[in-house]
Ligand binder design. Structure first.
Ligand code: GLN
Length: 487
């Protein structure tokens, strides 16, 4: 039996308890066995993974080091991996094999990690349930009739289901935090610009941010240390030095100030997650944290503003998929117009088309001021709300989602219901702040997540709070009974 956290696997590899080839072989077998249950992967790279694992074992034998040497993990299928198919869960890119590597993939490779495959996701990262994939819905390992959350649902299901100890995700409006919450794992959306976006297929460029997903905050600290840092080739990547995130873990919580937004807590909007969230507040209080009432007055405008800005950016980003340069091309086009129209009609799924339509409308000459400009103004107000709050507190606490995972099919008929799932995650995204989701309880047998948000580049504060919380609770140690581990 192999351990399932990054830290314990790296220790096991270092001590020689098992080799990278052994654990990689086992995880590939589990991933294959559970593909019909969870549908967590789009592509498994058995050959590439085993070769990389053997190489890591060889490197270890010859005394070489690497932060993640021999660690098996998976990438969300929007990180371009050179020579390995990258689909973004779209028919448009069904057979796209990138000629270059994303910076994130390159950094994992340089650290010696072994990518076993590419995880399923909502098409072009658009969704909150992982039901929008061209390769079929992902299922939640806690109960396969329920969604795993989206859009990094394949990554979350693969970790929760014991198929990999860690996976990458991307978060535009909640896509790391919400699936982490629904699947009972930990996930971090870093500050916008902390992790390079080069080679990460774009959805909404002013919001997209890659980050790690794993069982524990301790693991997130190790992984973020590998992913973060300036990339000269991404002009939006930050110059800010990367601190030692693992060193932050041991700092005590005593005396830290945590804000509770009254627009959530006093307005009775904590909803079904209330008992879990209250218990988490009590745990943090017992560790010496002080809770402070704060106000984020424009938070209710976040979902409408986000669902104008994100589609607007997506409509321009996705204009590159025209059937000419790369991606799906329709058969026998009559003329150029027909080539564009049919290639896009065939290549994109329903939700992606809905976003392109909404975004194009919001950016059109007659409506730009009414929708796009207004949404940008709201975004500024939300940013200012957070800036005000962080004058008084170190972190802000809230639920990740209004409830636990919902049933597959439950919200697909009503996009607005689906968008409202993002009510606690999108304000943070609009402001570009770092935010952590950690398991904090169970509701009807399904995990509930706690969200902690800090000021720009204060990922260390989140690591500290999250790790200290995990030292005193055991929600992060709970595993679904249907998981891929051999019992
Ligand atoms: N659910 C949100 C959306 O569909 C967020 C997705 C994401 O973060 N990629 O836009």
């Amino acid at each position: 039996m192999f351990p399932d956290t990054v830290k314990a696997i790296l220790e096991g590899l270092n001590k020689g308890d098992f080799s990278s080839e052994e654990i990689t072989t086992e995880l590939l077998a589990r991933a294959n066995r559970h593909q019909p249950d969870f549908n967590a992967f789009i592509t498994l790279d058995e050959e590439g993974a085993l070769a990389a694992a053997r190489q890591a074992d060889e490197a270890r034998r010859s005394g070489q080091a690497g932060q993640l040497l021999g660690l098996p993990f998976a990438h969300k299928d929007l990180f371009c991996t050179q020579g390995l198919r990258t689909t973004c869960a779209s028919r448009m890119l069904e057979s796209f094999v990138p000629p270059y590597e994303s910076t994130v993939a390159a950094r994992f490779r340089q650290a010696g990690a072994v990518c076993i495959g590419k995880t399923n996701m909502d098409e072009f990262a658009m969704g909150s349930s992982n039901e929008n994939s061209h390769f079929g819905a992902v299922r939640n390992p806690w109960n396969t009739e329920y969604v795993p959350g989206g859009s990094s649902g394949g990554s979350a299901a693969a970790v929760a289901g014991g198929l990999v100890p860690a996976a990458t995700g991307s978060d535009t409006g909640g896509s790391i935090r919400q699936p982490a919450a629904f699947c009972g794992i930990s996930g971090l959306k870093p500050t916008y610009g902390r992790v390079s976006r080069l080679g990460m297929i774009a959805y909404a460029s002013s919001l997209d941010q890659g980050g790690p997903m794993a069982h524990t905050v301790e693991d997130l600290a190790i992984l973020l240390g590998v992913m973060a840092g300036l990339d000269e080739a991404d002009s939006t990547s930050a110059e800010e030095a990367v601190p030692d995130y693992s060193a932050a873990l041991e700092q005590p919580v005593k005396g830290m100030k945590i804000g509770l937004p009254r627009e959530i807590f006093e307005a009775g909007k904590v909803g079904q997650t209330e008992p879990a969230i209250q218990a988490a507040i009590e745990s943090l209080k017992s560790l010496g944290a002080e809770f402070v009432d704060i106000s984020l007055p424009h938070i209710d405008l976040s979902v409408p503003a986000y669902y104008v800005i994100a589609p607007a950016e997506c409509s321009t980003n996705l204009s590159r998929f025209d059937g000419v340069r790369y991606g799906h091309r329709c058969d026998n086009p009559k003329d150029l117009e027909d080539l564009y129209a049919r290639s896009r009609a065939e290549g994109f799924g329903e939700e992606v088309k809905r976003r392109i339509l909404v975004g194009t409308y919001a950016l059109s000459a007659g409506y730009y001021d009414a929708y796009y400009r207004k949404a940008q103004q709201i975004r500024r107000l939300i940013k200012q709300d957070f800036a005000g709050a962080f004058q008084a507190v170190d972190a802000i606490l809230s639920p990740v989602t209004p409830g636990s995972a919902f049933r597959i099919g439950e919200k697909t008929a009503d996009p607005v219901q689906m968008y409202l799932e993002d009510i606690y995650t999108v304000p943070v995204s609009l402001a570009g702040l770092p935010s952590l989701a950690i398991p904090a309880g169970l509701l009807n047998g399904l995990p509930v997540g706690l969200q902690l948000t800090a000021n720009y580049f204060r990922e260390s504060t989140l690591m500290q709070l999250g790790h200290q919380f995990q030292l005193h609770t055991n929600w992060h140690q709970q595993r679904p009974s249907t998981s891929g581990r051999p019992d």
